[in-house]
Design a binder for this molecule. Structure first.
Ligand code: HEC
Ligand code: HEC
Length: 324
């Protein structure tokens, strides 16, 4: 009888151990870094301006049909066919940088769609949810699947790290930004960022000005490139992390001429967005998430342990009472 008790209790201890091990959830959610960089970067550039990537596709005349659902944004024609015009460089549409000001359309962001499958995203682009949102006569299946790969794997939410009023990076590593900028970017853009100029809202601006005016477009194009710069090294191919991109942006905002030094003009004011929660974004929230998960699992394990000890005691008591 003793043997039977010993056997039963060790069996229970083993079951308990297995339950505890399988229940302690140590995985802290982290973004899977893009695997297929080529199609993600191409998708990102199509999102930026598909007409530049697909020179043989003619942008239809007039405004996109959906454009008439809003009146605030007065852009017309070609611009209204670009994904970024409606959904934003921060991918957050009406909840992000395009919340107010002349860019505002009230159209939704696409950040949440990174949780959908690529098939579901392609369906949206073929008008599955809304027949007016059908791009299949302009974009081939290959293009749509690259865009889906970008939405699935390439979207980065930077708005926790950028002050939405000043548009400055909240905290970054200037040394890292400087060495990356000088190592990879200065050959073309110049040490001051003034060797190349870009069209922005009707004027010619340098990299520093872009960095303070539209940090989101800066980050998107630094990570994934732009059709106008086929030789430019892409952050995603250099193996840069999301923070590396922000460090370079921070350095350019802080140390390069921005054009704001001399004029009184300041960026348009934007009301801040509340933290939307979601997976852990930095070490600290990561640690908290891990502790949270362990806490829950530990509580569960203790509860289970108590139940099993109770069962063992019950068995022992039953056997004892039979023997006597
Ligand atoms: C003229 C504005 C406009 C353009 C251009 C546009 N969209 Fe949209 N998009 C919308 C609107 C409005 C909705 C929501 C209603 C709907 O589905 O039509 C939407 C919905 C979406 C959604 C689903 C969002 C959700 O949460 O349901 C995704 C993903 C999306 N668009 C991606 C794209 C991509 C990629 C492009 C470029 C190929 C693009 N959109 C071009 C206006 C636009
Ligand atoms: C081989 C030359 C080259 C290198 C190196 C290079 N760029 Fe560029 N970059 C360009 C060209 C060309 C353009 C497009 C100019 C235009 O719009 O006419 C551009 C455009 C950009 C833009 C988009 C500007 C806009 O209009 O929105 C950003 C942002 C940018 N570069 C950042 C960087 C960063 C950051 C690096 C370092 C990783 C870098 N570039 C390295 C050539 C280069």
């Amino acid at each position: 009888m003793r043997k039977a008790i010993a056997f039963l209790s060790s069996l229970l201890v083993i079951i308990l151990a297995i339950l505890i091990i399988t229940h302690v959830d140590t995985s802290v959610s982290a973004r899977n870094y893009p695997q297929d960089n080529e199609s993600i970067a191409r998708g990102a550039q199509l999102y930026d301006d598909w007409s530049k990537i697909l020179p043989n596709v003619i942008v239809p005349n007039g405004n996109h049909l959906l454009w008439s659902r809003q009146t605030n944004n007065t852009r017309t024609g070609e611009d209204t066919w670009k994904c970024a015009t409606c959904h934003g460089w921060d991918y957050q549409g009406k909840d992000g940088a395009f919340k107010s000001g002349s860019n505002a359309t009230g159209f939704p962001g696409i950040l949440e769609k990174s949780k959908s499958t690529e098939t579901e995203i392609v369906a949206i682009l073929k008008g599955g949810n809304d027949p007016q949102h059908n791009f299949s006569s302009l974009l081939a299946d290959e293009d749509l699947s690259d865009i889906a790969a970008f939405i699935k794997n390439g979207l980065i939410d930077d708005n926790e790290f950028i002050d939405l009023i000043t548009r400055k990076v909240i905290s970054g590593n200037l040394d890292n930004g400087k060495s990356k900028y000088e190592g990879e970017c200065a050959t073309c853009h110049g040490l001051n960022g003034t060797d190349l100029v870009f069209r922005y809202e009707g004027s010619e601006i340098s990299l520093g000005t872009l960095a303070v005016q539209d940090p989101w477009r800066f980050l998107h194009r630094t990570r994934f490139g732009t059709a106008r710069a086929s030789d430019m090294p892409l952050g995603v191919n250099l193996g840069w992390t999301a923070q590396d991109g922000r460090d370079v942006l921070y350095y350019v905002q802080t140390n390069l001429p921005t054009g704001l030094e001399t004029t009184a003009s300041s960026p348009v004011e934007i009301t801040p967005i509340e933290n939307q929660g979601g997976p852990a974004r930095n070490l600290w929230t990561g640690i908290l998430t891990a502790f949270g998960a362990m806490g829950i699992s530990l509580g569960f394990a203790i509860l289970l342990g108590a139940v099993f000890i109770g069962i063992i005691l019950l068995i022992v008591w039953l056997i004892r009472s039979r023997q006597s």
